[in-house]
Design a protein around this ligand. Structure first.
Ligand code: GAR
Length: 197
């Protein structure tokens, strides 16, 4: 059974979808939930379920990303993860960390990569007049939102959509896509998974 560390910065709805799927014949189990934000909703949820948590606030490191990542690594060591899932973790990771986890770390991003790397993906898709939008799970490499794509889910963009409407529609698909990709990834399957809503 693979041990999965999940990194988040916020509410952690994707983390919850992953944890709730890791039962029965799933090839992995959660070993720790890691947050850079002490009061992230996802941390309280994990604690209430008896899942180990680690909070590593980035602020005391004052932009020293290597020192922040060294602390992340030392906190992770005790939990011996095989796989890291980034799930709304809003800090960029440097090559020092991504190289150490190459092929063992995945992320969910709220766009159909390679479109709209970075932030404000829903507003940017609306502004471009896209008719289709969605989310992507990919392997994490040193370049932001750029590693090999493992899965994508599409949603329609509807007339009158706001960025919030679109974010909600995409998030529903994130909660389907990420668990489905993790199941395959933990079993060694890196072939592309495509979902339509
Ligand atoms: C999700 O939409 C995720 O795709 C996005 O943040 C949200 C986290 O929600 N991630 C990024 O933008 C990564 N740059 P959650 O905390 O409820 O899972």
């Amino acid at each position: 059974t693979k041990r999965v560390a999940i990194f988040l910065s916020g509410g952690g709805s994707n983390m919850r979808a992953l944890v709730e799927d890791m039962t029965g014949d799933h090839p992995a189990r959660p070993c720790v939930i890691v947050s850079n934000v002490a009061d992230a909703g996802g941390i309280a949820w994990a604690k209430a379920r008896g899942i180990a948590t680690e909070v590593v606030d980035h602020k005391p490191f004052q932009g020293d990303r290597a020192a922040f990542e060294a602390e992340l690594s030392s906190r992770l060591a005790a939990h011996a993860p095989d796989i890291i899932c980034l799930a709304g973790f809003m800090r960029k990771l440097t090559a020092g960390f991504t190289d150490a986890w190459a092929g063992r770390m995945i992320n969910i991003h709220p766009s159909l990569l390679p479109f709209y790397k970075g932030l404000h993906t829903h507003a940017r898709a609306l502004e471009a007049g896209d008719k289709v939008h969605g989310c992507t799970v990919h392997e994490v490499t040193a370049a932001l939102d750029d590693g090999p794509i493992l899965g994508q889910a599409r949603v329609p963009v509807l007339a009158g959509d706001t960025a919030d409407d679109l974010a909600k529609r995409v998030l529903v698909q994130e909660h389907r896509l990420y668990p489905a990709v993790l199941r395959r990834f933990a079993a060694g399957d890196r072939s592309l998974l495509t979902l339509d809503s």
